[in-house]
Ligand binder design. Structure first.
Ligand code: UDX
Length: 472
């Protein structure tokens, strides 16, 4: 019998959800657990193909990588998030997970599944399965506790009339929806993307967490203490972030000791390019794994970066541009040849921890934000959907570690706005204050995972719950 037990981890099939759960998997392995990590077939194949340089095997040093179909046809691009989530409701239904556990338990008398951690946005109804096997079950919420909390309280917000029945905000002005959270703009609500399907899923998520009663979050107490306290009056909350490879929390530039479960191969040549730049000179531009841009926005960004007169590293991922193929404006590359590096996928942690990075132009995906905080890099915010507008509000209004990139009336961020914001952040007085704040949060993010820190303590309590029945 494995001393720590055997944990089954089930992520949502997106890069931003798989990355932190995989880090949790490694932590569990280091605490004596055997881990089975369940991906969709589609993502499993992508991860294997992207990591040919450092091959990942089905048994990845104690993590068993297994997969099942996601229910969509092979040629589906899986970019319609609500549709993919709906398909998963069948392909990862509780009965499917129960069969998987049964199969593992029958095959391995000595290594039966002893605990489950499931992404909070999927596999609703798993509590009955965990109860059947009498094993602990934790929901895993991949972003801010604030995002989890506002979704959790949707029924209350509807019943008091702050939200319409369909989740639409009643007020256009800023409203303090949750007492422990800052006032939010109507567009900050995380269910507004994805229509009715997404709104219903957010309600289901709240109901599921209420049933499971325990939620792990990839955040830390010092970032959002009041809202952690508020949600803790309803369910047990375990903020255990930042879930980032330990070597990047130790304060020196490092390479990851283990390959990351990326969907695309890292273009590591950009690190050599970065080595040739001056300290804190480079603008890093990346929009995560899902955002899609219009051609006009790309053109404005290219012109804005050109006008900012600084070196920049730009991730132009396949699928970033509407309609498929990236179309960088003609002439642009010649104008900026001396100070540009374009890659299709960056080793982001290594990039952000590089001393030559000055700031991060980000879509505000939660992992990117937390990675930026952990490396002490200030941000320019261009959110796209789901929780990213809420994350921007925390970055700009609460923590004061970045500036917004404001859109015009057509929703486009113009080149002048980009160049102005870069200047304000990198040479203005505002920028100096912002850097002070982000440096303070960086220190905090590294302290919380050390012995006695808030995330260390939360993780220890979670570990105790995961091992309890093995010790009884
Ligand atoms: C999505 C949502 O956008 C986000 O709002 C939600 O909180 C999680 O799911 P994504 O858009 O992929 O995630 O953004 P993000 O959360 O930032 O995750 C992207 C991950 O990919 C990060 O861990 C980042 O380090 C990594 N990455 C990104 C790379 O390794 N290389 C790149 O070039 C870009």
């Amino acid at each position: 019998m494995n001393m720590g037990g055997h944990a089954l981890l089930i992520p949502l099939p997106f890069q931003g959800h798989i990355n932190p759960l995989m880090q949790l998997a490694w932590k569990l392995v280091s605490h004596g657990f055997l881990v089975t990590f369940l991906n969709t077939d589609f993502n499993h194949n992508r991860i294997m193909q992207a990591n040919t340089r450092n091959p990942i095997h089905n048994n990845w040093d104690g993590i068993r990588m297994v997969s099942i179909p996601d229910g969509l046809p092979p040629d589906d691009k899986r970019t319609n998030i609500p549709n993919l989530l709906q398909a998963l409701d069948n392909s990862m239904a509780p009965s499917v997970i129960k069969s998987l556990i049964e199969e593992i338990n029958e095959r391995e008398e000595e290594n039966k599944i002893t605990g489950i951690i499931v992404d909070a946005m999927t596999c609703f109804g798993l509590k009955a399965v965990a109860d059947f096997y009498q094993i602990p079950l934790f929901a895993f919420h991949a972003s801010l506790v604030a995002n989890c909390t506002i979704r959790y309280f949707i029924p209350r917000l509807v019943s008091i009339g702050t939200l319409a029945q369909d989740g639409a905000p009643k007020e256009e002005k800023k409203v303090r929806y949750i007492p422990s959270m800052p006032p939010l703009r109507s567009g900050d609500l995380p269910w507004l993307f994805g229509g009715e399907k997404m709104f219903k899923r957010c309600i289901q998520m709240g109901e599921s967490i209420k049933q499971i009663k325990r939620v792990l979050t990839n955040s830390f107490y010092e970032l959002e203490g009041p809202v952690v306290e508020e949600l803790s009056r309803e369910v047990e909350v375990y903020p255990i972030g930042p879930l980032i490879p330990g070597e990047f929390l130790e304060g020196v530039k490092r390479s990851p000791s283990k390959a990351l479960p990326s969907f695309w191969a890292d273009d590591v040549e950009c690190l050599e390019w970065l080595d040739k730049q001056s300290t804190q000179s480079v603008i890093y531009v990346s929009f995560g794994s899902l955002a899609v841009w219009s051609q006009i926005q790309v053109e404005e960004f290219a012109a804005g970066l050109e006008a900012a007169l600084r070196p920049f590293l730009w991730v132009v991922r396949s699928g970033l541009m509407e309609g498929g193929k990236p179309t960088i404006p003609p002439g642009f590359l010649e104008h900026v040849r001396e100070r540009i590096c374009i890659v299709s996928w960056a080793p982001q942690l290594q990039v952000l921890s590089h001393p030559c990075i000055a700031c991060f132009v980000t879509h505000c995906g939660w992992n990117s934000v937390q990675e930026s905080i952990t490396m002490g890099v200030p941000m320019l915010c261009s959110p796209h959907f789901i929780d990213q507008f809420l994350n921007r509000t925390y970055i700009v209004d609460v923590w004061k570690i970045g500036l917004p990139l404001e859109s015009n009336k057509d929703g486009i961020i113009e080149k002048g706005e980009i160049a102005r914001a870069v200047d304000r952040l990198l040479v203005g007085e505002d920028g100096a204050e912002i850097r002070k704040h982000v440096t303070k949060l960086m220190r905090s993010s590294r302290d919380v995972v050390k012995e006695g820190g808030s995330s260390f303590n939360s993780y220890s309590k979670f570990l105790h719950q995961m091992k309890k029945q093995l010790l009884d």
